[in-house]
Design a protein around this ligand. Structure first.
Ligand SMILES: *Cc1c(COP(=O)(O)O)cnc(C)c1O
Length: 348
C-alpha cells in the first residue's frame, strides 16, 4: 500500500532560512526578523500570564486581538481572520480554494512557500518571471485566468512595492481571488487595505513577525470581506491561535509608538546601507521591506555569502534561477550593519 499522495512524494518541500541556536554568536541578517526587541508592554503582559490562562482553551476567534486590529486599521471586526503566523493564513487559503489542477499564479522570484502550498494541493503552479526591474507583469498574470493569484508587496526577496492603482486594476481584471501578501507593509510607504472595500476578490495578509518583532509567537491575520472569511473559517483549526500569542499580539498592536520608532530606525538604516553597498559597486534594488536585494560587482554572490558566514554573519543566498547572482540582506541594528559593511569592504 502506498501511504502518500503522489504530489507529496514528488515535491521537494519548503526549506526555511538557517536558524542558528540562540547561543551561537552570529549576526543574523538572513530571515528578515526585526533586530529590535518587541515592545516592553508585551514583555510586561507576558509576565502576567497565569496558570488559568494556560489551562483553558483559547478564544477560537481571538476576538481581543481582532478588536485591536479593527481599531488600528479601522475595518470591521468580521473582516479579520487571525492565524498562527501568516503562513497559516496562506495554508488556509490554499486548502479552501485550490483543488487538484487549479491554477495558482504569481510572479517570481517571490516567497517560496506559495509553490510548496500549491504542490501540497496538487494545484497547477503558473510562475511568471519578473523583468530585471521587478515590475508587476500585469497582462501575463491576467492572462493566466488563475483561480488564485498572489502578489507580495513589498515583494520578498526583491523589496519592490507596487503602486496601489496598479494592484487595484489587477484586482478588477482577474476573475479569481487576489491575495496581497503585505508581510513587510510596516516598512513601506503605501498599502492596499482600501482595496478590500472596492473588490470582492481581495485578501490581504499581515503579520506581527516583521514590523512588531514577534516572529517567535507566530501571529498573523488576514483582511477580507465577510463572504470570503466565512469560507476560510470552516478550514482553520478551531483553536488555531494560542492564548498567549493572541494576548501579546493585542498589546503589541496597541503600542504603535514603539513599533513606528523601530520602523523609522530600520528605514533610515536601509537608506544608509543602500548607499554604502552602491559605493562598493553593488547594484541595489529599491526596497519597501526591512531588507535589500543586491548584486555584487564581481558576480560572486555565493562566495561572498560563504565568506560572511565563515566570519559569523548570516545573509541569504538563494541558489535558484534569477537569484543566484544576488544576495538578500536583512537590515539589522546600526552596529550589525556597520560590522557587515566593514567586512564587505575587506572582501569585495
Ligand atoms: C515572513 C513572511 C510571511 C509570513 O510570516 P509569518 O511569520 O508566518 O507571519 C509571509 N509572506 C512573506 C513574503 C514573508 O516574508
Amino acid at each position: 500500500m502506498e501511504y502518500f499522495r503522489e504530489n507529496i512524494k514528488q515535491m521537494i518541500g519548503y526549506i526555511p532560512g538557517e536558524q542558528p541556536s540562540p547561543e551561537e554568536q552570529v549576526i543574523k541578517l538572513n530571515t528578515n526578523e526585526n533586530p529590535y526587541p518587541p515592545s516592553p508592554e508585551v514583555l510586561k503582559e507576558l509576565k502576567k500570564i497565569d496558570a488559568e490562562a494556560l489551562r483553558r482553551y483559547p478564544d477560537p476567534m481571538a476576538n481581543q486581538f481582532r478588536r485591536a486590529v479593527s481599531r488600528l486599521l479601522n475595518v470591521p471586526v468580521d473582516w479579520i481572520i487571525v492565524t498562527n503566523g501568516s503562513d497559516e493564513l496562506l495554508s488556509i487559503v490554499f486548502r479552501a480554494c485550490v483543488g487538484k489542477g487549479d491554477k495558482v499564479a504569481y510572479p517570481v522570484p517571490t516567497y517560496l512557500l506559495y509553490k510548496t502550498l500549491a504542490e501540497v494541493q496538487a494545484g497547477e503552479v503558473v510562475e511568471i518571471p519578473f523583468d530585471e526591474d521587478f515590475s508587476l507583469p500585469m497582462d501575463k498574470l491576467i492572462d493566466t485566468r488563475a483561480k488564485l493569484t498572489i502578489i507580495s508587496s513589498p515583494n520578498s526577496p526583491s523589496g519592490t512595492t507596487y503602486p496601489k492603482e496598479q494592484v487595484d486594476e489587477l484586482a478588477a481584471k482577474i476573475d479569481g481571488l487576489l491575495l496581497i501578501d503585505e508581510a513587510y507593509v510596516d516598512f513601506a510607504d503605501e498599502d492596499c487595505l482600501e482595496l478590500i472595500a472596492r473588490h470582492k476578490n481581495v485578501i490581504i495578509l499581515r503579520t506581527l513577525s516583521k514590523g512588531y518583532s514577534l516572529a517567535g509567537i507566530r501571529l498573523g491575520f488576514g483582511i477580507a470581506r465577510t463572504e470570503i472569511l466565512e469560507q476560510l473559517f470552516k478550514v482553520k483549526d478551531s483553536y488555531n491561535v494560542d492564548a498567549v500569542a493572541a494576548r501579546l499580539g493585542a498589546i503589541a498592536i496597541a503600542d504603535q509608538q514603539y513599533k513606528n520608532a523601530n520602523v523609522e530606525k530600520i528605514k533610515s538604516a536601509r537608506a544608509k546601507m543602500k548607499v554604502e553597498l552602491e559605493r562598493l559597486g553593488f547594484r541595489v534594488w529599491p526596497s519597501g521591506g526591512n531588507f535589500l536585494l543586491c548584486r555584487p560587482p564581481k558576480n560572486n554572490a555565493e562566495e561572498i555569502y560563504q565568506t560572511l558566514k565563515a566570519r559569523g554573519i548570516l545573509i541569504r543566498y538563494f541558489n535558484q534561477q534569477g537569484l543566484d547572482d544576488k544576495l538578500r540582506i536583512t537590515i539589522g541594528t546600526e552596529e550589525q550593519n556597520g560590522v557587515l559593511i566593514t567586512v564587505l569592504k575587506e572582501i569585495v
